[in-house]
Write a protein that binds this ligand. Structure first.
Ligand SMILES: N[C@H](CCC[C@H](N)C(=O)O)C(=O)O
Length: 256
């Protein structure tokens, strides 16, 4: 079976063209393929399937092999993959676990429209919101020096977010238009180099809490992303876009 490897700001994914629907979906098998020692190695695996009403359908699995909620960087990578497969030229519409997404390719950049965000749970020392996946966002100082794995894991497994858990983002404003964000990802159970839905959540929190204006630039361990948005009804957000590079890095064959 052929596979392709893509990455978007260092969030890396195995992409499979599964339009024939022959991929043997099983949690153990997907976890094995994503394993960085025994497998190909990736933060997640994504199947591209046909859909009668859309250019394609995205089915996303976290590195632990379980089907995940929406993945923003994975969404940008599958758009690049569909473009490489010749499924569209400049703009596309596809279906993911959280509904319809529009996207566009422009050189190395892929811009992905995210779902509107209506409900934001503002607590005294953190914010919780869903940008396709659940995200805890905390504003911190010296994010580069933090132990993101230890602190993120404590949040992820805390009673507050049981039983589903959450992704955990730690963000530091570095100018009036810029953030540095680090993310502990549930389902990978580690810090990743970048998390698209997490960066999106962080930008919206930066607007709400710090008055940061769209577009917000976000530095991650794996590179720069941008998020643009409009403020909607009753404190919500609409026309939310996640933008940044997404590229193919190699291709190969999975041993039968
Ligand atoms: N890396 C992803 C997030 C995956 C979500 C996953 N960790 C979950 O909560 O199921 C992103 O770029 O948005």
């Amino acid at each position: 079976m052929d596979f392709f490897k893509y990455q978007g700001t260092g969030n890396d994914f195995i992409l499979i063209d599964d339009r024939e629907e022959t991929f043997p979906v099983s949690q153990d098998y997907i976890a094995h393929l994503c394993h960085r020692r025994f497998g190909i190695g990736a933060d997640g695996l994504i199947l591209l399937r046909n859909h009668p009403a859309y250019d394609f359908r995205m089915i996303y699995f976290n590195a632990d092999g379980a089907e995940g909620s929406m993945c923003g960087n994975g969404g940008r990578c599958i758009v690049r993959f569909a473009h490489d497969l010749g499924l569209f030229e400049k703009e596309t519409r596809f279906l993911a676990v959280d509904g319809e997404h529009q996207a566009a390719v422009n050189g190395d950049e892929v811009s992905l429209k995210m779902n509107d965000v209506t409900h934001i749970d503002q607590q005294p020392d953190f914010t919780f919101l869903n940008t396709g996946s659940p995200h805890y966002v905390k504003i911190v100082e010296e994010v580069e020096a933090m132990d993101v794995v230890a602190e993120g894991r404590a949040v992820r497994y805390s009673d507050r977010f049981a039983p589903g858990g959450t992704n955990a983002n730690f963000m530091e404003p570095t100018s009036d238009k810029r953030l540095f964000v680090r993310t502990y990802e549930r389902g990978v159970e580690d810090e990743t180099y970048s998390c698209g839905t997490g960066v999106t959540a962080s930008a919206l929190v930066a607007h709400q809490q710090l008055g940061m204006q769209s577009p917000v630039s976000i530095q991650t361990l794996g590179g720069m992303l941008r998020v643009s948005f409009e403020t909607g009804e009753a404190g919500g957000f609409s026309n939310v876009y996640l933008m940044g590079p997404a590229v193919r890095v190699y291709q190969g064959t999975i041993k039968a």
